[in-house]
Write a protein that binds this ligand. Structure first.
Ligand SMILES: Cc1ncc(C[n+]2csc(CCOP(=O)(O)OP(=O)(O)O)c2C)c(N)n1
Length: 285
């Protein structure tokens, strides 16, 4: 028994280590693309570890059969962070890495917000506030079909300003959707400034709990901790929300924890500085 535990723990450590290497490659793809085209870089870098952990370590899915009926679903409700999702899908094999060069170009399927033409994208998004409702519908449908699939929705903290989010929260709790996990990218910024100055979110955890959800908090750049909290969320009796504390522009000092990289095209100097930092940073905590 003891050795079984040790073996599985060891496997876990190796998996997390491998994921960090993947994250380094994914970050490089994101930076390259933001050098080539204007992108929501800060918003993409704050949630990159979360999306990568879901796709590489948590969700059941396969790039060989993107519409496999028993797959787990991911909805990027903060659709402006599409670049992070595309880079993960490219590293996973859903799309070719080279296709990222067409990001936002005329005729490309890799537009600034996710589109159903992209294999691995489960929902079109970009109009903030809608992803959780989509996730609720998916989770309910999955349960009605008797499937064990799970649904993960990633939302921004500024996105919580949308009233539809709270309607969906109420519905999910009422339906006891234990196959639904909401992750909130709590980077503390939204388009017009600091979240708490634009419209106060705290006490966010208590607010969501009062809607009947189980709520956990995590460091959203710590891959090991993200895996642990996601494992934990599988044993709930209803919907689970995870407030992931992150930094906008994480890993790129001149935009980190500012709104400076909300939408940016890196010039040559910025790109090289960001790459240099990436070498030092590696992939995740
Ligand atoms: C309904 C709607 N209103 C406005 C926008 C424009 N918009 C794009 S990103 C953004 C800020 C979102 O902030 P947050 O959810 O905190 O995400 P972050 O980029 O900080 O991760 C806004 C208002 C939008 N996409 N959808």
């Amino acid at each position: 028994m003891g050795s079984t535990v040790e073996t599985s723990e060891l496997r876990h450590i190796i998996e997390v280590q491998k994921l960090k290497e993947k994250i380094r490659s994914i970050r490089r793809l994101v930076l390259e693309t933001a050098h080539n085209e204007n992108a929501h870089l800060g918003s993409s870098l704050s949630c990159l570890e979360i999306i990568a952990t879901l796709y590489f370590l948590k969700m059941r899915h396969t790039p060989y059969e993107p519409l496999w009926k028993d797959r787990d679903r991911f909805v990027l409700s903060k659709g402006h962070a599409a670049l992070a999702l595309y880079a993960v899908l490219a590293e996973m094999g859903y799309i070719q890495r080279e296709e990222l060069r067409t990001f936002k170009k005329l005729g490309s399927r890799l537009q600034g917000h996710p589109d159903l033409r992209v294999p691995g994208v489960e929902a079109p998004s970009g109009s903030l506030g809608q992803g959780l409702s989509i996730g609720v519908g998916m989770a309910l449908g999955i349960r009605m079909n008797g499937s064990r699939s799970r649904v993960y929705v990633l939302m921004g903290d500024g996105e919580c300003d949308e009233g539809q989010v709270w309607e969906a929260m109420m519905t999910a709790a009422h339906l006891k959707l234990s196959n639904l996990v909401l992750i909130i990218d709590r980077n503390g910024w939204q388009l017009d400034g600091r979240t708490e100055e634009v419209k106060k979110k705290v006490p966010l955890k208590a607010k969501i709990e009062s809607f009947g959800w189980e709520v956990y908090t995590v460091n959203g750049h710590d891959v090991q901790k993200i895996v642990e909290v996601l494992d934990y969320a599988e044993h709930s009796e209803g919907p689970v929300a995870i407030i992931a504390y992150t930094k906008k522009g994480h890993g790129v000092p001149f935009i980190e924890d500012t709104n400076g990289g909300h939408k940016i095209r890196l010039n040559d100097e910025q790109y090289l500085a960001a790459l240099k930092e990436l070498e030092a940073y590696g992939g995740g905590l």
